[in-house]
Each structure stands twice: as structure tokens, then as C-alpha cells.
Ligand binder design. Structure first.
Ligand SMILES: O=C(O)[C@H]1O[C@H](OP(=O)(O)OP(=O)(O)OC[C@H]2O[C@@H](n3ccc(=O)[nH]c3=O)[C@H](O)[C@@H]2O)[C@H](O)[C@@H](O)[C@H]1O
Length: 435
């Protein structure tokens, strides 16, 4: 019986007739026969390839690939994961944390700080190329030295997340993976939806259904205050006028957090970071690329608001932010759900983590000039309408009372540390600073 006879008929629609053409087909020569079978073999292989599940890495955005793939199965992988997640025996009340975005700026610092005090830490990062991935690799190498394993994968990969939770029973998730940057949202809007909305929902879906559910601390943003004019910004203020898609996705994250807390009993704490800077920072941020451009003798654009008004930011040093993140983890209560169902009310919080002292961008440049000992070529330009807001200023009284958060580093001191790191990292032309 020919294999074509095995094909079932489509119920009620049409019955596949045996092809009279195929019945009549006779191979005229061995070459025709070879060509015929080669063609079918090729089709078969193509179908297999197209139907195979996404490989080890679920691509977040074809234009921003991870540069490597990593196999996340097998005993060696599980061993690495378990070792990384181990709480130091001397640590009496250690926690086990999954840090998403661990190769990112804040993720690296938070992971290292957790490990230093004895907690178990596993990182997750997709190593996308929004900015120079070699900087992310260097951060990864740093964390590896202290025994932290970063799994290479995307928060949209539900199977991977489930697998991680199956191997390690994380007590906490520090969710820092995101598409950052306010201005880039006009270039690549879908990447914000993909990471900050879809990715966050995927993570919460997995967290709500594992037992026990972890407590989640995640990165929101000062940008949710948008076009508000009442300063300093307080958590009690309305946040319904975002100025960028980035801000809108972070605001959406806060609403999504409310939903998962309400329905599933997940304990959720959102942290509104205010323009975080420091060593190992993000090359897409102004203080970073100003430094690069000043050193290269390239001119920099300093934005002004309407009528030559000052644009200012509540720049916050990374070490202060790390303290805030750890305090948020330590004060977070357990989630209350189990079996994907809420069993009682759970904690839901939002905190400003800022510095409470806004500095004009022109002063930031003056400080950089001093530390770099190079005069900047400055251009004052009107702030483009690309998502920026003129001013940010955090009221941190809630974080102070609930988390004991107390920033201690002013911009002078923080930028000095950044410049020292920058010069040593990019010294001798070994690495060229890339955005
Ligand atoms: O707190 C946040 O939630 C956000 O902080 C950060 O955004 P911003 O505060 O906008 O920082 P950043 O881009 O460094 O611009 C700094 C200043 O330089 C001005 N700026 C910028 C570029 C330029 O060419 N000229 C200029 O004057 C610009 O107008 C601004 O006043 C994070 O990137 C973002 O991911 C998010 O975390």
C-alpha cells in the first residue's frame, strides 16, 4: 500500500482522491529519480526544522539577538544552578533569590551584594544588544568569580522559568530584567511591550503557580510620574500622565502587579528608581555617554526645557539603590497563594528610591569635566519631544520609614567613583566604550 493511502479523509469536506498524476508517474532515468527523492528529503528536513521548538534561547527581538545560546538542561546545568542558589551555612536567615536582568547594571550590583551576605543567588539574563553586550559579559565574569551563575535566557520563556523553579525553590524574585531607556522607546516600541509587559506577565504567571510562591521585588521607575508638576514626587501622587512608552509600560507593570496580588496572593514590591548611576553603569545613559564623548573631544547636547529652563534629575548612586533593594527583599512578606489560588491578602507596596536632591544636567557635566580634567564641548539645545521630562525629585519618606532607606552618596562623590571605574575599565584602548 502506498503511503498516500494512509492519509485520512477530511471529515465532511472533501475526500482526497488518489492522485492519478502520481499513479502515472514513472521515472525516466536514475537522475530524475535522484532529483525527485532529493527534493522530498529536502522538504522533509525543512518541515522538521520549522516545526522544532525554539532552541535553547527564546528570541526577544530578532534585531537584538543574544550573541550566544546556552544549553539549560542536564546534570551539569542543574549542579551549577544548585551551587549558585546555595545559602551560605553561616547565614542564619538567608534567602534564595532569582535575579532577572542579572547581567544588567543594577542586577549585577544587587546579585553581588546578596551573595556577599550569604544569600543564594541565581541570575537570568538574555544578553541582548540594546547596548554593548561585552559589558554585560564582563559583569557576568565578575559575578561568576563570586560563585553566581547567570542562566542565559529570556523572561518570556515560560518553560525555562518553570524549569528554574523546579530545580530551585526560590524564596524571592528580584525582577530587574527590562527594556530600559526613555528615548529608545520611539525607535523600538515593541521591545518595551515585549520585556516590560509580556515578560513581566510571564514571570508572574510562573510565580503564581509554583509552590511555595516567591515574594517579588521589581523595578518600576521614576518616569511613572511623567508630566506631574507637584514636587517632590510622592507615592501618593497620581501617575496617569506618562511622557514616554517606557514610562507607560512601567506604569502598566504597577497595575499588573496589583492584579496578581489581588487574584493570586503574590507579595509584590515595586521600586521607583530615580536615574541610577555608578560604576558598571549603562552606556545608554547621559552621564555615561557624556563621559565617553568628552574624552573623545566630541560635542555633547545638554537639554533645556521651555524658555531656557533647567532640566534636572534626582541622580541616585548605585550603592544606595542596592541598599534599598535588599531592604525591600528583607521586609517583603510571604506570598499567600498556593496551587495558583489566593489564600489570603498579600503585601503590595511601591516605594520611591531617589536621592532627594535634584541636580541640573549642566552641573552634572561640570562635575564630569572636573573629574575627567577635560573641558566639554557643550551645545545647549531645546529638549526634544522624545519622552524626556524636565525634572525629577523623590520624596523618600515612605522608603525611609518602611525600609530604613537613607541615601548617602552625593553626585560629586558618586561621579568620582564612576569616572575612576570608567577610566580603568576602558584604559589603554583595551576596550572601546560602545553604546
Ligand atoms: O529614573 C528613571 O526611571 C529613568 O532614569 C533614566 O532616564 P533619564 O533620567 O532620562 O536618564 P538619562 O537618559 O541618563 O538622562 C539624564 C538627563 O540628561 C538629559 N540628557 C540626556 C541626553 C542628552 O543627550 N542630553 C541631555 O541633556 C536628560 O534630559 C535627563 O535630564 C534611565 O535611562 C531610564 O531607564 C529610567 O530608569
Amino acid at each position: 500500500m502506498s503511503r498516500l493511502d494512509d492519509i485520512p479523509s477530511s471529515p465532511g469536506k472533501f475526500k482526497m482522491e488518489k492522485s492519478t498524476y502520481l499513479n502515472r508517474l514513472r521515472f525516466q532515468s536514475p537522475l530524475t529519480k535522484f532529483a525527485f527523492f532529493s527534493f522530498f528529503l529536502l522538504c522533509f528536513i525543512s518541515v522538521l526544522f520549522l516545526r522544532s521548538p525554539p532552541s535553547v534561547y527564546t528570541q526577544s527581538d530578532p534585531s537584538r539577538r543574544s550573541l550566544r545560546t546556552y544549553s539549560y538542561s542536564g546534570p551539569a546545568f542543574e549542579k551549577k544552578l544548585r551551587n549558585s542558589a546555595k545559602i551560605r551555612t553561616s547565614s542564619s536567615n538567608g534567602i534564595t533569590v532569582l535575579v532577572t536582568g542579572a547581567a544588567g547594571f543594577v542586577g549585577t550590583h544587587v546579585s553581588a551584594a546578596l551573595k556577599r551576605r550569604g544569600d543564594g543567588v541565581v541570575g537570568l539574563d538574555n544578553f541582548n544588544d540594546y547596548y554593548d553586550p561585552s559589558l554585560k559579559r564582563a559583569r557576568q565574569a565578575l559575578l561568576e568569580q563570586s560563585g553566581i551563575f547567570i542562566v542565559e535566557g529570556d523572561i518570556n520563556d515560560v518553560e525555562l522559568l518553570r524549569k528554574l523553579f523546579k530545580i530551585v525553590s526560590f524564596t524571592h524574585v528580584m525582577h530587574l530584567a527590562a527594556q530600559a531607556g526613555v528615548r529608545y522607546a520611539m525607535e523600538n516600541p515593541s521591545s518595551y511591550v515585549h520585556s516590560n509587559i509580556a515578560g513581566f506577565v510571564n514571570l508572574l504567571e510562573v510565580c503564581k503557580s509554583v509552590n511555595p510562591q516567591p515574594s517579588i521585588v521589581w523595578a518600576s521607575s521614576s518616569s511613572v510620574y511623567g508630566l506631574n508638576t507637584k514636587v517632590p514626587f510622592s507615592e501618593k501622587d497620581k501617575t496617569d500622565q506618562p511622557a514616554s512608552l517606557y514610562a507607560a509600560t512601567k506604569k502598566a507593570g504597577e497595575e499588573i502587579a496589583h492584579t496578581y496580588n489581588h487574584i493570586y496572593g503574590l507579595s509584590l514590591t515595586g521600586l521607583r528608581f530615580f536615574t541610577v548611576y555608578g560604576p558598571w553603569g549603562r552606556p545608554d545613559m547621559a552621564y555615561f555617554f557624556f563621559t565617553k564623548d568628552i574624552l573623545k573631544g566630541k560635542s555633547i547636547s545638554i537639554f533645556e526645557s521651555a524658555n531656557h529652563g533647567t532640566v534636572a534629575r534626582d541622580f541616585t548612586y548605585i550603592d544606595d539603590i542596592v541598599k534599598g533593594c535588599l531592604a525591600a527583599l528583607d521586609t517583603s512578606e510571604k506570598s499567600t497563594g498556593s496551587g495558583g489560588k489566593k489564600k489570603g491578602p498579600a503585601q503590595l507596596r511601591v516605594f520611591n528610591l531617589g536621592n532627594t536632591s535634584p541636580v541640573p544636567v549642566s552641573d552634572l557635566v561640570r562635575i564630569l569635566e572636573k573629574h575627567l580634567k577635560v573641558k566639554a564641548k557643550k551645545k545647549m539645545i531645546k529638549m526634544p519631544r522624545n519622552g524626556d521630562v524636565p525634572y525629577t525629585h523623590a520624596n523618600i519618606s515612605l522608603a525611609r520609614s518602611e525600609l530604613g532607606y537613607k541615601p548617602t552618596t552625593d553626585l560629586q562623590t558618586g561621579l568620582k567613583k564612576f569616572v575612576r571605574w570608567y577610566l580603568s575599565y576602558y584604559s589603554g584602548g583595551k576596550k572601546s566604550a560602545a553604546r
